[in-house]
Design a protein around this ligand. Structure first.
Ligand code: PEP
Ligand code: MN
Length: 339
């Protein structure tokens, strides 16, 4: 159950007291325009009528799903998430692009210019890399953040970068416009809560083996911590198939659109692990209703320090962006343009 109330401390204290008496568990969502209380417990529905008559109550919503704030039952209109001038969840579809990792000033600068010229409106790049092997390149860390910020300011583009450790939230939030929670950390609830508290917009990737419900529950952690600047990202899940890195679950897009008000974007680079498949899956994602794309592009993929196999060349990214315009148009949308 969600209770929406006037933000009056007297009413709040009365309500929390009552909920406690009923044996229900209440979580007040901090920093909301109104006071929003998420309530769980046995037979919670029984109390709806009496709660709705208590002082200051504006609305009581009975939500049947385990995720409440994330659900479309709570917020029937789709959310629009703003990153500076950019919007996720609008008719225009933003494309986020850049290398897997920031490798140095020259490489990132070149990659950023290339993707901007082709129509990307936001930059990606990892400074803290969650690599499978501890012997692989781990990212330039703070130096990488500085490089990204410098180039992003020069090109007037926002950046999204991954945060892998709750102790680094403050420093990453200082440099990035959006914090990415990667697939490996989707279940890291301490990190989710810390990242939420930064108040920065968050890109929450689906876990490697997470169900849609687990993914939405992870999103609920962020919203319950008072941060509703949230975008979901489908990036493929692990299945029995070994010919691709992951199986890109395109079902997730129309399904999330039915279950949640949050925008959902797709990362076909990690979803496939193979640059030859990225274009087709990017196109399919737009056709299926994705609110954005995140694509890895490297000036010279054969020399990339990570994920070269799935990175597009500048030329293939340019050609793809042209193709995507037509697909977006066919479904009554358009690719967000920086021009
Ligand atoms: C990434 O986007 O750089 C990344 C590591 O992705 P994922 O968390 O989806 O594997
Ligand atoms: Mn990568």
């Amino acid at each position: 159950m969600i209770i929406v109330m006037e933000d009056v401390s007297q009413h709040k204290d009365y309500m929390l007291d009552k909920l406690h008496q009923y044996g229900l568990e209440a979580h007040a969502v901090p920093d909301h325009e109104k006071l929003v209380i998420s309530v769980c417990g046995e037979h919670v529905d029984r109390y709806a009528n009496s709660i709705s008559r208590m002082p200051g109550v504006l609305n009581v919503l009975l939500i049947s799903t385990p995720y409440k704030l994330v659900s479309k039952q709570y917020k029937p209109d789709y959310s629009r998430i703003h990153i500076n001038d950019l919007v996720f969840g609008d008719t225009a579809i933003p494309v986020v692009a850049g290398p897997c990792a920031v490798e140095g000033y020259t490489e990132f600068s070149e990659a950023a210019k290339i993707v901007k010229q082709s129509g990307a409106v936001m930059l990606r790049g990892g400074a803290f890399k969650p690599r499978t092997s501890p012997y692989s390149f781990q990212g330039l860390e703070i130096e990488g953040l500085k490089i990204m910020r410098k180039i992003a300011d020069k090109l007037k583009m926002p950046i999204v970068t991954e945060i892998t450790d709750q102790r680094k939230v403050e420093i990453v939030a200082e440099y990035a416009d959006m914090l990415q929670i990667g697939a490996r950390n989707m279940h890291n609830y301490v990190l989710l809560k810390e990242a939420a508290q930064s108040k920065k917009p968050i890109l929450l990737k689906r876990g490697l083996a997470a169900t849609i419900e687990e993914w939405l529950m992870a999103a609920e952690y962020i919203m319950l911590a008072g941060n509703d600047h949230l975008v979901l990202c489908e990036r493929g899940i692990r299945t029995f198939e070994t010919y691709t890195r992951n199986t890109l679950d395109l079902n997730a897009i129309p399904l999330i659109k039915q279950l949640s008000h949050l925008p959902v974007i797709v990362d076909p680079s990690h979803g496939t692990g193979d640059w030859r498949l990225v274009g087709a899956m990017a196109a399919a994602s737009i056709a299926a209703g994705a609110d954005g794309l995140m694509i890895e592009v490297h000036p010279a993929p054969e020399e990339a320090m990570s994920d070269g196999k799935q990175s597009l060349t500048p030329k293939s990214f340019y050609e793809l962006m042209d193709k995507l315009k037509h697909i977006a148009f066919a479904i009554g949308r358009r690719i967000y343009s920086n021009g």
